[in-house]
Design a protein around this ligand. Structure first.
Ligand code: PML
Length: 266
């Protein structure tokens, strides 16, 4: 029996040429029109102002999405950008990423340009993505309806059930399934969203409140990678469809010590 087709739906919006918002997921045919409406409304109502260009791509997937678990989610009570950076440094260096690379990532995310995709950095901080201006955009990821309900319930208990966190967790979970990726640093480019995160396969998805000051309109993502073919990694990030079908624990505020002692079992 042939399986029901699934579709990758992706939205990117811009205003005067600058990035405003993006969203994406993997859906069935009967969901398409509702999702297009939801994504369009999201692009038109945004803190950065209404988009003047909205691009929506709907593509039938040729490959059956790979099913994976989400990363476990935690929040650190970081009080300011300095504390968030210190926590990021301690966690990321504990998996073999150098301090220099972490420093380089923070500096690059603070230059005032938001790239369309993520930076790829080796553990010494050397950039490896072929297009240094665009970076690598992670696409073709989603979540099953059952897992989405479970995630909404788990995040809801923490007062965190919003699309920004859900989409970032889905993206990070796809990225960290690939063995070459050791860690990630993310700072939102939304001027009103001051919580960022780091992720590693060992520690999970760790939210870092107050990683930037309110009003800063740039940010981005850096993936720290080790040995392997960069072109295979890029192919996985951009092309391989992945859906989250199982949700790992989502916990409230934990200490840095607890994070460093805890090992996520994936
Ligand atoms: C983004 O895609 O804008 C980054 C979102 C970061 C979410 C951090 C969190 O609150 O978990």
């Amino acid at each position: 029996m042939s399986r029901r087709p699934q579709y990758s739906i992706r939205m990117r919006s811009a205003k005067s040429g600058g990035h405003v918002s993006g969203a994406e997921g993997i859906y069935e045919k009967h969901d398409i029109s509702a999702i297009v409406k939801e994504y369009t409304e999201r692009a038109l109502i945004h803190d950065k102002g209404a988009a003047d260009e909205i691009r929506i791509t709907i593509e039938e997937l040729r490959e059956k999405p790979k099913k994976i678990s989400s990363l476990p989610l935690y929040t650190l009570n970081t009080k300011n950008a300095g504390a968030a950076k210190k926590a990021a440094r301690e966690i990321l260096t504990s998996v073999g990423i150098t301090e220099r690379a972490v420093e380089e990532a923070f500096t690059s995310l603070d230059v005032g340009i938001t790239m369309r995709g993520a930076m790829l950095m080796n553990i010494e901080g050397v950039r490896l993505e072929p297009d240094l201006l665009r970076g690598v955009r992670v696409t073709r990821m989603g979540i099953t309806k059952k897992a989405a309900a479970d995630l909404a319930r788990k995040l809801g208990r923490l007062g965190l059930n919003n699309s920004t966190i859900k989409e970032a967790l889905i993206l990070a979970s796809k990225v960290h399934k690939y063995r070459m990726v050791l860690g990630e640093l993310c700072i939102s480019d939304d001027p009103n969203y001051t919580t960022g995160y780091i992720a590693t396969r060992t520690h999970g998805y760790i939210r870092l409140p107050r990683i930037k000051k309110r009003g800063v309109p740039f940010g981005g993502r850096a993936f720290f990678i080790t040995g392997g073919e960069v072109k295979d990694l890029i192919k996985y990030l951009q092309i391989t469809p992945v859906v989250i079908s199982n949700i790992k624990p989502c916990e409230g505020v934990v200490t840095l010590k607890e994070i460093l002692q805890r090992r996520a079992h994936r």
